[in-house]
Write a protein that binds this ligand. Structure first.
Ligand code: NAG
Ligand code: NAG
Length: 372
């Protein structure tokens, strides 16, 4: 019987030790990029984003943590080649969605001190790389917990009220779309990566614990006036290159997905979807956004979708590098758009673009069903 903890844990400890050897990397000073506003073609007023590195557009640039992506080669395919703090070569799904629903090209990080009122009004991102639904996850990585992200949202509301008045601010929030993407770090970094939670919870118990936290978070958003909420499920976590490296017996030459880890994610997704259906209501519709199936499809049949490499990252060796280990000194692949992963954890812009296309029918249906 495969043991998730032993193998994974041993190699993870080596990975964590690397933090201690870390040379600090110069931070770019959060250069502001021009954001193109689109004329509204529907009545969604703003986009608010919460979660982890899959949606963090640069909040960690302002946080004292090694989990940063604001140096090359991150951002190499972004407008102006700016390393914004996004953990990819280019845009994230949240940027594609914001653009598609006619709001703006990029969702800026809330912690950027230079945001204009116009930027604030059309939505910001509170997500923080390394975060999760379990408060311990963000403690381990020294980043902004989901609970703290909710506090920042409350602070944001007060600022917005001061800037545009209470009534207008309430209008912005009630007509906004809320996007949440988190959970991978809870399993990969926390539950399987450290011994702490495994002392208390078995896998089923931990899933339950995460789902409770996710529900509490949704409840918190609703109390703050959120209407439309979409929650992204987990990817096949056993297929992340770093997980393959830690679970394969011979990671250099034999790189299959870890079926057991992915099945934990799939099982969690099913439970999540059930809960979301149960707590859905017309005044605050809540949508489960599945990325597990489309990602699995790409990994199974890459050539069908224009990809060539599915099991190692474009940055460095592709086996272990992520955040500070993927840095200006790392070699980078020639064509990131043929790689599913940009570093050993995070997808390329090409993958995010594909995932957005996979989610588009869901977005179209929401816009139609709720007459947005
Ligand atoms: C909104 O308009 C933009 C261009 O103005 C377009 O690209 C996009 O597809 C539109 N979105 C929807 C949902 O109609
Ligand atoms: C997990 O723990 C719960 C109690 O917290 C127990 O009821 C359940 O049987 C356990 N499941 C497994 C697979 O060990």
């Amino acid at each position: 019987m495969w043991s998730p903890s032993s193998l994974f844990h041993r190699t993870f400890v080596i990975f964590v030790l690397n933090f201690l050897l870390l040379i600090s990397i110069d931070e770019s000073d959060g250069k502001l990029m021009k954001n193109k506003y689109r004329p509204f073609n529907n009545s969604i007023s703003a986009v608010f984003v919460f979660g982890d590195s899959t949606v963090d557009s640069g909040n960690n640039n302002y946080v004292n943590t090694p989990f940063k992506g604001n140096f090359p080669p991150y951002g190499k395919d972004f407008a102006g080649r700016i390393p914004t703090g996004r953990f990819s070569d280019g845009r994230l799904v949240s940027d594609f969605i914001s653009s598609y629903v006619g709001i703006k090209e990029y969702v800026p990080p809330y912690l950027d001190p230079k945001l204009s009122v116009e930027e604030l009004m059309s939505g910001v991102c509170f997500a923080s790389a390394g975060s999760g639904f379990d408060p311990l996850t963000s403690q381990l990585s020294g980043v902004i917990s989901l609970q703290k992200q909710l506090e920042y949202f409350k602070e944001y509301k007060r600022k917005l009220e001061v800037a545009i008045g209470k009534e207008k601010a309430q209008n912005v929030i009630s007509k906004a779309a809320f996007l949440i993407s988190a959970g991978t770090n809870d399993f990969v970094l926390n539950y399987f990566g450290t011994p702490f939670r495994r002392e208390t919870y078995n896998i089923t118990g931990y899933q339950q614990f995460m789902l409770q936290n996710a529900q509490q978070f949704i409840q918190g958003l609703r109390e703050e006036g959120a209407g439309l909420i979409a929650l992204v499920g987990l990817p096949p976590i056993g297929c992340l290159p770093i997980v393959i490296t830690f679970t394969s017996g011979d990671a250099l030459s034999w790189r299959p997905c870890s079926g057991s880890l992915s099945s934990v994610a799939l099982d969690y997704n099913r439970k999540l979807e059930k809960i979301l259906t149960a707590i859905n209501n017309p005044s605050s519709p809540i949508i489960y956004a599945d990325i597990y199936y489309p990602l699995t499809e790409v990994i199974r049949k890459p050539s069908k979708f224009g990809f060539e490499n599915v099991n190692s990252g474009c940055c460095g060796s592709g086996l272990v590098e992520t955040t500070f280990m993927c840095n200006p000194r790392s070699a980078v692949c020639d064509n990131p758009s043929t790689y599913v992963f940009f570093d050993s954890v995070h997808p390329t812009e090409a993958t995010y673009s594909y995932l957005f296309k996979a989610l588009r029918p869901v977005i179209d249906r929401i816009i139609k069903d709720y007459h947005l």
